[in-house]
Design a binder for this molecule. Sequence first.
Ligand code: SF4
Length: 382
Amino acid sequence: MSIQFEPTSKTGEPAEISPLPSWKNEPLLRVEDLKAYFFMDEGTVKAVDGVSFDVFPGKVVGIVGESGCGKSVTMKAILQILEGSAKIVSGKVTLRSRINNQDPNSPEELLELTQLHSNSRQMRKIRGAEIALIPQEPMAAFSPVHTVGSQIMETILLHQDVSKKEARQITVEVFKAVGISMPEQRIDSYSWQLSGGLRQRAIIAMALSCNPRLLIADEPTTAIDVTTQAQILKLLRKLQEERQTSIIFITHDLGVIAQMADEVVVMYLGMVMEKGSVQKIYKNAQHPYTQALLRSIPSVQSASHVKLPTIAGSIAHPFNRPSGCPFHPRCTFFMRGVCDASQPALVRVEEDHFVNCFLFTENSSAPAEISVQVPPPMEKSL
Ligand code: SF4
């Protein structure tokens, strides 16, 4: 097979590419020290400030944190769809991409996505065919003046060498796969004619229509009721197991992450606070922020009529980022002269478990001995 590469890097040079065999144990996507900032008249917002994580084939990585922690900007940076004044400042995003995305056994190439122009042919091929997005709000994802089927067929025709008739058949098949009844009729519906649950299934069908190897699900169940949410999560997990698709699942809900993810990345103010396997994070969370998030999840064992603990204070204004550890104004373990003086680094406290906090040192899941006087936990008021 002859391979034609486009001159698509930002410098106009061909992007750095090296053909690779398919390695099951190598990450499908590797994000390394990614930084994406908004440059505004009022100042610079460090929305993503040194984020690193791996996504392995067939695995689900859950990215969790409060609103404004940089989860969605990280995903937009990966897909090169940052808007307005936002720019990738540094870091790498490396994808193992199939040379022929219609062939599941195709040889692969390593692509450094930050080196590709966001509008290049190669990047457009990756979006949809290699990495597909399930957005938060399906109503905004579908045009109201075209049928959902025609929009999905358009995506298929863009990425696959098939006729219109075949594209329609593929659309019917993906509708069936996501559990939409009467798929032959429903593909001719407009998005506003579908219920919230059906619209969400249709958007998942659109994301799956070109057999992507990585799905990015950005809070896909936020806008739907709890019963439909449970059905959609079950569907995503089933499709992921059947197709061995990798998923990056973004949410603020640690309860959802527990059901969905294999690996968890906890973010705060654009930085990774803790990451590890789902078992490590739920059974042995170490970072004060992760522990606070876990305490605020309702449980059937919680005493009735007792207020759930909340995290004191609120996330800092982006123009007013705290010095040192970004969580220090809200942390009950705050150490004056340490936590506000410099930024901690992510250290490996045990196998498959990393924490970004001065309380921990390399290979130690027990708090480090800090050579300053630790004041008692601060009194917090909401
Ligand atoms: Fe709390 Fe300090 Fe750890 Fe930050 S570095 S989480 S302020 S103890």
